[in-house]
Design a protein around this ligand. Sequence first.
Ligand code: SAM
Length: 450
Amino acid sequence: MTQALGVHYLLELRDCDPRIIDDLPEVQRILLEAARRSRATIIDTVFRKFSPQGISGVVIIAESHFSIHTWPEYRYAAVDIYTCGRIDPLSAVGYMIEQFRSGNPAFVMLKRGLLPQPFEDLQFRLGRPRLPVQEDPNEISEWFFLDFINPSSANLIKARRLIFSARSPYQEIEILDTQAFGKCLMLDGRMQSAQVDEFIYHEALVHPAMVTHPNPESVLIIGGGEGATLREVLRHQTVRRAVMVDIDRQVVEACRLFLPEWSDGAFEDPRTELVIDDARHYLTSTGESFDVIIMDITEPLENGPSAPLVTYEMFQIVRSHLKPLGIVAHQSGSTGTSELHFFASIHKTLQAVFQYVAPYSIQITSFAMPWGIVIASDALDPRGLTADEVDRRLRARCEVEKLRFYDGAIHQAIFAWPRYMRSMLEELGQVLYDDGPPLYRPIDYAITIG
Ligand code: SAM
């Protein structure tokens, strides 16, 4: 968990008016006015003109500094604004773009001075931004959010509005409105689910295991903060009891408030029991067993809350809470070729514990990479079900017209892996143990580019 002491804006002003960025009094005036507009306290200025052209200048403010260096011959100016967060640099950014007549501006925002953050209660920080929040929801701003898909790659997502932002004791929570995917839940800078295609992820995670079980009555969901996994589980009329155990009350509450379509009333269903607890602690303190266990957890970042949930020891605990025909579905991370060693490790760890282990991969556009799920059981193999049998069971248990992704044909298709990936799954990865090295190292900073 981290908090930023300051924010650094690196402003790229290309295609500027070369006369303006070579005019010392004008450059000085614009920077000072920009600092004033951002409500900074100005302390001092130093500006120099170079021969034959170009200007360097700095405005020292109580909150840190504005600086500029210009290259009139390239119509380019580099502006840095570093602030400790008590001012509003975004208004200065817009002003400078306009005054220097930049036809092609861009800026990068870096969080600086990241420190450990103590516990904070749930807070709705609209108007108290760590990112450029719009106070007026009708006013659309556009900037890019960096989604850390996995340790080696990230995806830039054009965001329109930051709806919610908080730091819980376990993770950073952000709910964004994005141009491409509608509303999105991000945890620790990673996409969890998006409005346009969350149904693919949640149907694919839940139904193959649920349908494989002949009569799923009791279901445990580990994680699943949005409530959409719960929504899909409850579609099965066989279910009498669904326990959802999520460690983070703030995620659950923020999703209920800002993403109510995800749970769609599932938390109010009389079959639901919501438990706020660490899932491993919950399982070691209950004697209850379940027909189906769905593990809908975050990426196991080093020292993160889900790291202890993907080990051999944890899967033994999970296994001991399954009824005789019990079955587990586990969201197991990206199946992109560059990341397959992570997925392969979770697959190998489940293979070390369960008799039947069936991995599958699905496409979810907002995740930017193919995504993997593994089903494990000592009694049931989902690959043995025909498409007709899947459709028959669905018709008997669910309102099938409400499903948008899953049916018998998809059930058959998702377990097929290309030859090169079958080989990679065998070659890569290792069984994960509690005292083994961490699977994922966190990237504890965020950058936005707009
Ligand atoms: N769809 C997601 C993905 O692609 O990673 C997972 C979604 S869901 C939001 C993940 C949930 O797992 C979060 O709400 C988080 O609080 C929960 N979680 C993480 N570690 C946990 C733990 N040790 N016990 C229970 N819940 C946990």
